[in-house]
Design a binder for this molecule. Structure first.
Ligand code: CAA
Length: 257
């Protein structure tokens, strides 16, 4: 595929998507979101890929949804929209997704990073939901995912009063996994994603599904769901291989079957 707003590459077993609108600080235009989802869907369907990684530039992961693209839109256009509808495709990605974030992760940029499964950041990363300054609120999950990640008091401050978190604060509040110097954060994120890509593929997909179910269901239902996913893995060759390898004191060889 020839993309205009993103770059793609494969690093080991990791499919990398890089936002590439440097002049607009990677603002997430409908075209960029369409291309991003198309690339992620292709990597998700590729059996040689075990984990996906989304990144931006050192200066900006993404400075939000594209303000210029939606500035004059009315409510009917927004509801009919291509502005946010591409985002819905993300929930169908089955493989784990790591976000490698540096510089600005604002508005839709932070919302996209939070929709990923894990986040690695550079020390220069800044996380915020500044939509209030535009007379709107987050519209791609920000108020919900941020509140679940950092709690109500801090989420209110970020959404209502344009509080921006440093990478160190984001790590302290549990929003992100690891922080590295800007020179190495991307290499570290790719290494991290490749470790995940080496895991038993079907178990990794169901592990992601089970953790995400905790955000959707009451506890008793999500525990019952987890149990069924656990049972399901006993129908795979990888479960037999993983347990036989443990007993035989050797490394397991995963087939994804
Ligand atoms: N949409 C469109 N263009 C954007 C953009 C955005 N979200 N963010 C930055 N840009 C553009 C700027 O307009 C500018 O373009 P020009 O050179 O053509 O003027 C270029 O990127 C560089 O930006 P700045 O000159 O502003 O750079 P800076 O270093 O002075 O400031 C910044 C950086 C603080 C990130 C500032 O650009 C900014 O505040 N951006 C907007 C952040 C924002 O409000 N995000 C929320 C968007 S709404 C949203 O995301 C809704 C949702 O929930 C789905």
């Amino acid at each position: 595929m020839n993309y205009e707003n993103i770059l793609t590459r494969i690093e080991g077993k990791v499919g990398v998507v890089q936002f590439n609108r440097p002049k607009a600080l990677n603002a997430l235009s409908p075209e960029l979101m369409d291309e991003t989802m198309t690339a992620l869907e292709a990597f998700d369907a590729d059996p040689a890929i075990g984990c996906l990684l989304v990144t931006g530039s050192d200066r900006a992961f993404a400075a939000g949804a594209d303000i210029k693209a939606m500035a004059t839109a009315g409510v009917v256009e927004m509801m009919a929209d291509t502005f946010i509808s591409h985002w819905d495709r993300f929930k169908n990605i089955r493989k784990p997704v790591v976000a490698a974030v540096s510089g600005y992760a604002l508005g839709g940029g932070l919302e996209f990073a939070m929709a990923c499964d894990m986040m690695i950041a550079s020390e220069t990363a800044r996380f915020g939901q500044p939509e209030i300054k535009l007379g709107v609120i987050p519209g791609a999950g920000g108020t919900q995912r941020l509140t679940k990640a950092v709690g109500k008091a801090l989420a209110m401050e970020i959404v209502l009063n344009d509080r921006m978190l440093t990478a160190e604060e984001a790590a302290t509040f549990g929003l992100i996994n690891h922080v590295y110097p800007v020179e190495v954060y991307l290499a570290e994120a790719i290494k991290f994603a490749n470790q995940i890509a080496e895991r038993a593929p079907l178990a990794a997909q169901l592990a992601k599904e089970a953790v995400n179910a905790s955000f959707e269901m009451p506890l008793s239902a999500s525990i019952a769901y987890e149990r069924r996913l656990f049972h399901l893995l006993f129908g795979t060759q990888d479960q037999k291989e993983g347990m036989a390898a443990f007993v035989e004191k050797r490394a397991a060889e995963w087939k994804g079957k």
